[in-house]
Write a protein that binds this ligand. Structure first.
Ligand code: CUA
Length: 177
């Protein structure tokens, strides 16, 4: 008698426990899913930019011989639009290191980035721009410089003895030039 009572109680308790476990599992899985979606949204939306590949060459030296990459490397493509052809080399950015890159405030810039030797990390501090400069590959990333000021281009991939000094400068002016 007493055993039967306990069994019935156990069965009822078991059902309730299962229901609670399912609910809590649903809540936990939903929270993880929401966090995941929020993280993906943040990366894609706020940190912008999953960088695109603009071109690939069998000879890694090809991009640096192209007309676009010669001279200042800066081309105006519209009233507020610019293309910047950037080459990373151990241990400088061209343009950027020898001569700061000067652009007006509000400039919408598409960077075409490659490397003349080894892998470099093309990161512009305070922006969403962060891509790897790869020999033989031209990466592409766009950004609008809404704030005036000086932005540092830093190399964020170890590339040899001078890596920490591989720094360039972008100066965004107060008005249109
Ligand atoms: Cu270039 Cu580190």
């Amino acid at each position: 008698m007493s055993t039967e009572h306990t069994d019935r109680f156990d069965a009822a308790f078991h059902d309730i426990a299962i229901r609670h476990e399912r609910n809590w599992m649903f809540i936990a899985v939903s929270m993880i899913a929401l966090l995941f979606i929020a993280a993906v949204f943040l990366v894609v939306h706020d940190y912008g930019v999953v960088a695109k590949t603009s071109a690939v060459y069998s000879d890694p030296n090809t991009p640096s011989t192209l007309a676009d990459f010669q001279g200042s490397g800066v081309r105006q493509t519209g009233p507020d639009s610019y293309s910047v052809y950037e080459i990373g080399r151990a241990w400088s950015w061209t343009p950027g290191t020898a001569t700061p890159l000067q652009l007006p405030q509000g400039a919408h810039v598409t960077f075409y980035v490659t490397s003349g030797d080894v892998l470099h990390g093309f990161e512009i501090q305070g922006t969403s721009i962060n891509l790897t400069a790869i020999p033989g590959v031209v990466g592409q990333v766009s950004y609008t410089f809404d704030k005036a000021g000086t932005y540092m281009i830093i190399c964020n991939e170890y590339c040899g003895a001078g890596h920490q000094a591989m720094i360039g400068k972008i100066v965004i002016g107060g008005g249109r030039s």
